[in-house]
Design a protein around this ligand. Structure first.
Ligand code: PLP
Length: 437
C-alpha cells in the first residue's frame, strides 16, 4: 500500500470546499497557509517561505518543533505500543507522566486523570466537583461559579463557564451547567486587590455558596476571553472564600501551565493550591494531544463516597501511551532545562520593545508577563488581513478580536524575537495609520 505522499502539493481547493478550520464558515473560506514542515521556532510553507512562529501553535510548542528528544521518545514508543485501552490496563508511559505531574504541582494534588484535550480536562474537572459534593451529602451543590471574560474550551460544559457576554459561545453556553457569573477581575497583575473585586467576590460567595460546587478560573491570565493579567491577590482572596464557604477551587492552567507566565504554574504567583487543576497544551510540548486533571485526596475520596462509587468518565483514548511518552519527554526537558531564564529573557525583550506601540492612537494598552506579549487595539482587528501582513514580514502571528499577541517557544533566539516584535510594532502602526486616514 502506498504511503501518504508527504511532499504532494497542498490541495487548497479541496481544503476550501471540504475542511473546517477553527471558527470558520464552510461557505466563506478564509485564506489558509500550507505548512509542510517545522523545525525549531520556524514553520516552512509550501512555497518555501520560512516563518518565525510567535504562537507556539496556540501555547503548546514550548521547546520548538522537531525537538530530537521528543521525537526519539515518540518514535520508540510508537514501535512498542502506540495505543491500548486504559480500562483494566496500565502502562509505564502513563505512570511516568503522572509521577512528574504529581511531583511538579502542589503537594495536595495527588490524583491524575489523563484526558485527551484541554476542553475534556475541564469537563472532567467540572464533573469531579459535581460528583464530589454528592459524596459529601450536599447534592444541592451543583452549580459552578465562573468569572466573566473567561475561556475554558469548546465542549458544552466548558462553554457554559466561558464568558457569557458576546463571548465565543453565546449560542450554546447556557445549555448545560448551571452557572453563576462573577464580574471579571479588575485589579491588574502588579496591583493589590481593589475594593470592586473584593465586593464582587464577597457578594457572589455570600449570595450563592449554598448551591455552588466549585469556582473555575484561569489563574493570573484570562486568555482567549480577554488576554489580560490580573492580581495574584485576587486568587488569594478566592482561595480564602472557597475555604470559608465550602466551595472547591478549579484552576485552569491549560494555557498558563509549564512556565508560560514566568513560574512553572501561574498559581505560584499567588502561592495558593487548587483542589482541582487542569493542564494541557504544553504538556506534550505540543507534539500530540494530551491533557490532565489533577485533584486532591479529599476530592477523590468524596467521589468514591458518591452514589456511583466511581468517577463517571473514561474516554477511548484516555492515557494514550504515545501522548504520555511525548509528555514525559517534554516535562523532562522542562525540568532539566533552562526555561526560567529563557522566559525571563523573552519577558525582558518584550518589555523593552512592545511599549513603543502605545504611541499609536489606535493602541489601547500593551501588556507583558513572562513570555506573553499583547498589544490591545481599541477596535477589533481583521484577523485574515493581519495574518497576511505578518506572513509577508516572515512571521506567524494570529491576532483575534482586539489583540495582537505572541507567546513564542521558550527556545526562540534573540534575533527571531526581534523579528516578531518588530513585525508586531509595524502591523500595529499600519493599522493606526490606515484608521487615521
Ligand atoms: N482552557 C484554557 C484556559 C484554554 O486556553 C483552552 C484553549 O485555548 C482550553 C481550556 C481548551 O483546550 P483545548 O483547545 O485543548 O480543548
Amino acid at each position: 500500500m502506498a504511503l501518504l505522499n508527504t511532499n504532494a502539493p497542498i490541495d487548497y481547493a479541496f481544503d476550501a470546499q471540504h475542511i473546517w478550520h477553527p471558527y470558520t464558515s464552510m461557505t466563506q473560506a478564509l485564506p489558509v497557509y500550507g505548512v509542510v514542515s517545522a523545525q525549531g521556532c520556524e514553520l516552512t510553507l509550501d512555497n518555501g517561505k520560512v516563518l518565525v512562529d510567535g504562537t507556539s501553535s496556540w501555547w503548546s510548542c514550548v521547546h520548538g518543533y522537531s525537538h530530537p528528544t521528543i521525537l526519539a521518545a515518540m518514535q520508540k514508543q510508537l514501535t512498542q505500543l502506540s495505543h491500548v485501552m486504559f480500562g483494566g490496563i496500565t502502562h509505564q508511559p502513563a505512570i511516568e507522566v503522572s509521577k512528574r505531574l504529581v511531583q511538579m504541582t502542589s503537594a495536595n494534588l495527588t490524583k491524575v486523570f489523563l484526558a485527551d484535550s484541554g476542553s475534556i480536562a475541564v469537563e472532567v474537572a467540572l464533573k469531579m466537583a459535581l460528583q464530589y459534593w454528592q459524596g459529601r451529602n450536599k447534592p444541592q451543590k451543583q452549580r459552578i461559579m465562573t468569572v466573566k471574560s473567561g475561556y475554558h474550551g469548546d465542549t458544552f460544559a466548558a462553554m457554559s463557564v466561558c464568558d457569557p457576554d458576546g463571548g465565543m459561545h453565546t449560542m450554546f453556553g447556557n445549555n448545560v451547567t448551571k452557572q453563576v457569573f462573577i464580574p471579571a477581575p479588575t485589579s491588574k497583575f502588579d496591583e493589590p486587590l481593589n475594593q470592586t473585586d473584593i465586593t464582587a467576590l464577597e457578594n457572589a460567595f455570600s449570595q450563592h455558596h449554598q448551591d455552588i460546587a466549585a469556582v473555575i478560573i484561569e489563574p493570573i491570565m484570562q486568555g482567549a476571553g480577554a488576554m489580560r493579567f490580573y492580581s495574584p491577590a485576587y486568587l488569594v482572596k478566592l482561595r480564602q472564600l472557597c475555604d470559608q464557604y465550602n466551595v472547591l477551587l478549579i484552576l485552569d492552567e491549560i494555557a498558563t501551565g509549564f512556565g508560560r507566565t514566568g513560574t512553572l504554574f501561574a498559581y505560584e504567583h499567588a502561592n495558593i493550591e487548587a483542589d482541582i487543576l487542569c493542564v494541557g497544551k504544553a504538556l506534550t510540548g505540543g507534539y500530540i494531544s494530551l491533557a490532565a486533571t489533577l485533584c486532591s485526596d479529599e476530592v477523590a475520596n468524596g467521589i468514591s463516597d458518591s452514589p456511583a462509587g466511581v468517577f463517571m468518565h473514561g474516554p477511548t483514548f484516555m492515557g494514550n501511551p504515545l501522548a504520555c511518552a511525548a509528555a514525559t519527554a517534554s516535562l523532562d526537558l522542562l525540568l532539566t532545562g533552562d526555561w526560567l531564564q529563557q522566559v525571563k529573557d523573552i519577558e525582558t525583550h518584550l518589555l523593552q520593545t512592545l511599549p513603543a506601540a502605545i504611541k499609536s492612537k489606535q493602541v489601547k494598552d500593551v501588556r507583558v508577563l513572562g513570555s506573553v506579549g499583547i498589544i490591545e487595539m481599541h477596535s477589533p482587528v481583521n484577523t485574515s488581513a493581519l495574518q497576511k501582513a505578518f506572513v509577508e514580514l516572515g512571521v506567524w502571528v494570529r491576532p483575534f478580536s482586539r489583540y495582537i499577541y505572541i507567546m513564542p517557544p521558550y527556545t526562540i533566539s534573540a534575533q527571531q524575537l526581534t523579528q516578531l516584535t518588530s513585525a508586531m510594532l509595524m502591523v500595529a502602526d499600519t493599522i493606526a495609520s490606515s484608521q487615521s486616514d
